[in-house]
Design a protein around this ligand. Structure first.
Ligand SMILES: Cc1cc2nc3c(=O)[nH]c(=O)nc-3n(C[C@H](O)[C@H](O)[C@H](O)COP(=O)(O)O)c2cc1C
Length: 225
């Protein structure tokens, strides 16, 4: 094969790979979440009493309204005039992105449009953690810091602030789950290199924590199988 033909073959292969990647995201459609219900819920003191970690999940899918309310509570926009969020962030960098791993694929939560933007038409739930429940629970959130939004902070400060900012979001999820009777666990035990590769993250994007959410496992569920 001469040089020209080699270049043509190499270019064709690159185009095929690019087309496959584009197709994978194309197969998923954006999910415009219903308007979040921002009223009601349990009183704050009750929610604080009930907040706890649970690792027993039902595989039952979460309805879009629950997803909508959960993501708004996690880090939605609560002051539209300024675009500020339910969770604080250092310097208002808003550097934490919430990736949403569902059975049908991976999405990115866009707080401005309150939409799930398609990322990959692949079920990545099993890769979001080493614990057995992660693959069957309906939802795993992956908190990813985009360090390119963190100005000129030192690397150590970027580590510290992105971890702190993730903690606030995670606690919002815990409180929402306590209010709604949902089960949740935040998880540091994640194979970050493997998950970052599967999620096709850029080098400046760092996985901080993951968090599983679902209905509590019904004690009769195992017996029914
Ligand atoms: C930063 C962080 C990382 C955690 N990582 C894991 C984890 O990888 N797996 C897990 O099952 N629980 C994990 N947890 C949950 C803790 O084990 C749990 O919060 C702790 O046992 C206290 O229980 P409580 O949340 O019910 O108060 C983590 C919690 C935090 C705050």
């Amino acid at each position: 094969m001469n040089m020209y033909m080699r270049k043509v073959v190499a270019l064709s292969l690159i185009l095929v790979v690019m087309a496959q990647v584009a197709l994978a995201a194309d197969e998923l459609k954006p999910v415009v979440l219903p308007k979040p219900q921002t009223e009601g819920g349990q009183p704050l003191m009750q929610v604080l009493k009930d907040r706890h970690t649970s690792r027993d999940f039902s595989p039952r899918k979460l309805p879009d309204q629950i997803l909508s309310d959960l993501l708004w509570a996690a880090d939605g926009i609560n002051r539209p005039d300024t675009g500020k969020r339910t969770a604080p962030s250092a310097v208002n960098w808003q550097e934490i992105d919430i990736y949403v791993a569902l059975a049908d694929g991976l999405y990115l939560y866009d707080a401005k449009t309150h939409t799930l933007e398609p990322v990959l038409a692949e079920d990545l739930r099993a890769l979001t953690g080493g614990q057995a429940f992660v693959k069957d629970a309906p939802l795993n959130l992956v908190y990813v810091a985009d360090r390119s939004r963190m100005g000129k902070a030192s690397e150590a400060d970027k580590d510290m602030y992105s971890a702190a900012d993730t903690g606030f979001i995670s606690q919002n999820v815990y409180l929402y789950c306590a209010s709604e009777g949902l089960a949740t666990v935040v998880r540091g035990s994640v194979d970050r290199p493997a998950l970052a590769k599967a999620m096709q993250l850029r080098p400046e994007q760092r996985i901080i924590l993951a968090q599983t959410v679902g209905y509590p496992k019904d004690e009769n569920e195992d017996k029914d199988k």
